[in-house]
Design a protein around this ligand. Structure first.
Ligand code: XMP
Length: 321
């Protein structure tokens, strides 16, 4: 890989903002660019960077894929409204669930999400706004893991030899591509993001689809969405790098109201990591694990088993897909 990383120690955020802002302005000229905001650190930082460079000529959208967390769209849109950045919500739930219907293989699932984002949703938005530019927060780790063949990160296009202009009809601007998470957090802080955003734990591009093993249906996403809310609430004070819930495909025998219940299994993961490249499970107190299990089995319909992942990355990865 010829791309050179800029580490958090080497990053001068003000100079970086100026340099990348100039690059965005000169690429886009007097026209407009579009970008999708998910509320993650990367897309939030790139939205602020693009907004500084282009002002109202950056059209920012929150894509409601049906795969996001509870209340996420409205919360993020409100935070950006406070920052003076208008964000429009686009309902694309049907497009994503149609593409995911019957898909169980992890890489095919990632491909279905990628294809829906780029070939359907972004292509439509770019056409609607009359632009050839999509601004996106691809980071160094995304490129590295995709090129190494570990996982196809949802946002990697050109590094796989795909020409987005030929394939989808627009160019992709990726100003954060030389940075990893710690540098993007530092940049986000300088760009004026609230702490809640620049400190946000990472969340995968394929969203909750990356946390459903087996078919991704609206019902199965709802199960993992509920479990995710509980895990995020209970583990928020751990200071861990990332914590998540996964819905397994296999069912296991459990007991409910004195009767056999062949139910669902949720796996909880909680990670210590610097940059997601490697990681180790957090040594959570057993009382907290029991509390998590109790809340999930009480509040998430159909769940009879909760497990905690105790394997590091490698050989595990942070997400299940
Ligand atoms: P893995 O599962 O590869 O995850 O150990 C490493 C980090 O990347 C996040 N992740 C993604 N981020 N698009 C993203 O933008 C993706 O397709 C994707 N898949 C995983 C993951 O949450 C972790 O922080």
């Amino acid at each position: 890989m010829t791309l050179e990383e800029i580490s958090v120690q080497d990053l001068n955020p003000e100079a970086f903002i100026k340099e990348k802002g100039d690059e965005i302005s000169s690429a886009v000229g007097q026209g407009v660019a579009v970008n999708a905001l998910s509320g993650g650190v990367d897309s939030s930082a790139v939205t602020m960077l693009g907004h500084r460079a282009l002002g109202e000529r950056l059209k920012t959208y929150f894509i409601d894929s049906g795969l996001m967390r509870e209340g996420e769209a409205d919360h993020i849109i409100a935070l950006f409204e406070d920052l003076g950045v208008p964000v429009e919500k686009i309902n694309a739930q049907n497009a994503f669930f149609d593409a995911l219907k019957g898909v169980v293989d992890p890489e095919e699932k990632r491909e279905a999400v990628t294809h829906t984002f780029y070939a359907i949703v972004f292509a439509d938005l770019a056409k609607r706004c009359g632009t050839k530019y999509v601004l996106q927060g691809t980071n160094y780790t995304d490129v590295e893991e995709t090129v190494a063949g570990i996982k196809r990160q949802h946002n990697i296009i050109e590094q796989l030899g795909i020409d987005p202009e030929e394939q989808y009809g627009y160019r992709i601007l990726e100003p954060l591509i030389a940075l990893r998470k710690p540098a993007i957090r530092a940049l986000g802080k300088t760009l004026g993001l609230p702490e809640e955003l620049y400190r946000r734990p990472p969340f995968p591009g394929p969203a909750l689809a990356a946390r459903v093993i087996g078919e991704v249906t609206p019902e199965r996403v709802e199960t993992v969405r509920r479990a995710t809310s509980i895990v995020e609430e209970k583990l928020a004070d751990t200071g861990a790098f990332q914590y998540l819930a996964i819905l397994h495909q296999d069912r296991v025998t459990g007991i409910r109201d004195g009767k056999r219940d062949y139910g669902l299994q949720i796996e909880v993961r909680c990670w210590e990591s610097e940059d997601a490249k490697t990681g180790s499970p957090t040594r959570l107190p057993f009382d907290l694990l029991e509390e998590l299990s109790q809340s999930i089995t009480d509040q998430v319909s159909g769940v009879v088993s909760v497990t905690y992942n105790i394997t590091g990355k490698p050989p595990s990865t942070i997400e299940a897909l």
